[in-house]
Design a protein around this ligand. Structure first.
Ligand code: GDP
Ligand code: MN
Length: 328
């Protein structure tokens, strides 16, 4: 894989040596962003916002992944935005394709049906590859092997507030495993049999309203994630993913990486290992999180309106999360 950030990195070292403040100790973490070459402008916008609000003071590296090789133009325009190290990788073909045990006729039929019923991305094969990749493969990519922690970023997201406290070190120091900013309901049609494919004997107050009989469709919105890859790499999640993959629902339905990650985190972690980041003002497409407590909003010099925060929307699972946490 190519490494464009090398010479830029040198200047980062010089800067941090000559400044009076001692450099922050960094967690063993990286940003990870999956993007297409056509996502160039959105990628620039996300990284620019992250650097402004957080990373120019911290210097975490970036790993950018694509199912095709990134163009030189993409790499040049993105790597100029940061002094941090930036690596560009290609996803191996077998991590981005329909496994051979999938019945293509059945899968094609499912895509057609979902397209007809206007399910978002219902007709897309690529979207399914992407969900399966994010659910079970990104943390196996060779460029992520040096790291334990990741912060997932997407093109075209916004960060509204200054992030003064390193959220990854916060997680490390407080024994957190999975961090989120937004929690929502999944589209029923994409996950009809996902819940039925699970074990039936767990405590799971956030994701089920009837002691696990059915899934209430709440999930952490995975376009933002800060998490410990040791969890995904560990035996429980590995077995869980292999099993779900063998059931074919990534292709026969359109199982998203978000409900898969969220169900695993809710079933296999203690609730205190899951963390909601109040202070990270964040927007993805139409929904955003804006810090509600005034002191948090002021400290972050946030550019978002608290009243617009999705947390209070009827479509948000955040109230349910709060109730669940309060119920002890
Ligand atoms: P949404 O957030 O569910 O609406 O889906 P997105 O279109 O934002 O895709 C989620 C993530 O996967 C983003 O980081 C996209 O850039 C990336 N992505 C989606 N489809 C592809 C693809 O075909 N190729 C590549 N390289 N990235 C993709
Ligand atoms: Mn997106």
């Amino acid at each position: 894989e190519e490494l464009l950030g090398e010479d830029l990195n040198l200047s980062a070292e010089i800067t941090s040596q000559s400044s009076s403040k001692p450099p922050n100790r960094l967690a063993n973490a990286t940003f990870v962003m999956l993007a297409r070459n056509s996502d160039l402008e959105g990628t620039i916008s996300s990284i620019r916002a992250l650097e402004d609000r957080f990373n120019s003071r911290f210097g975490y590296p970036y790993v950018l992944l694509n199912d095709e090789p990134f163009t030189d133009e993409f790499k040049r325009r993105v790597s100029v935005l940061t002094r941090s190290e930036m690596k560009f990788g290609t996803v191996p073909k077998d991590h981005w394709s329909q496994p051979d045990w999938i019945d293509e006729e059945k899968a094609a039929n499912a895509r057609k049906q979902m397209e007809l019923s206007r399910v978002k991305y219902g007709g897309s094969l690529n979207y399914r590859h992407m969900c399966r990749f994010n659910a079970g493969f990104f943390y196996r990519h060779e460029l992520l092997q040096p790291y334990r922690w990741y912060w997932r970023v997407e093109p075209n997201v916004k960060f509204f507030c200054d992030i003064h406290r390193d959220p990854v070190r916060f997680m490390e120091e407080n024994n957190k495993v999975y961090g989120f900013t937004i929690a929502v309901y999944e589209i029923s049609a994409t996950i009809r049999t996902l819940w039925g494919a699970l074990a039936h004997d767990n405590a799971m107050g956030f994701i089920s309203d009837d002691d696990g009989r059915t899934y209430n469709r709440c999930h952490f919105w995975s376009n933002f994630e800060i998490a410990d890859m040791d969890f995904w790499r560990g035996p429980a999640y590995t077995a869980f993913f292999e099993y779900l993959d063998s059931q074919g629902g990534f292709y026969y339905e359109r199982w998203g990486d978000a409900p898969v990650h969220s169900i695993a985190a809710s079933l296999f972690l203690r609730r205190d290992q899951i963390h909601f980041f109040e202070e990270i003002g964040y927007q993805h497409d139409d929904w955003g999180h804006c810090p509600i407590p005034d002191d948090v909003w002021e400290k972050g010099t946030c550019s978002c309106a608290q009243g617009n925060s999705f947390d209070m929307d009827v479509g948000s699972c955040k109230p349910r999360w709060d109730r669940f946490i309060r119920s002890g």
